[in-house]
Write a protein that binds this ligand. Structure first.
Ligand SMILES: [Zn+2]
Length: 80
């Protein structure tokens, strides 16, 4: 899971945790039918240095983990 950048269109492999950004994302496991609460699990994702400058990770119940552009940086780049 943590062997490469979480951006699907980036193939940078994880060698140094110092570069890039590590995300700890808490997600709900499968809903159990016997009345017990769904188990929450924590997964780690990594964005490489280049991707983490312009992108971030988010978790959505329906869509799972997604890579999003950082809106502030896009606006700043468009203004210059
Ligand atoms: Zn990357």
């Amino acid at each position: 899971m943590l062997s490469k950048c979480a951006n699907p269109s980036c193939s940078t492999t994880l060698r140094y945790l110092r570069s890039g950004k590590l995300f700890k994302i808490e997600m709900e496991g499968p809903v159990l039918v016997n009345g017990r609460k769904p188990v929450r699990k924590v997964e780690h994702f990594w964005l490489c240095g280049i991707c983490s400058e312009t992108q971030t990770l988010t978790y959505d119940h329906a869509l799972g983990v997604r890579v999003l552009d950082k809106p502030m940086l896009i606006r700043r780049a468009a203004a210059s």
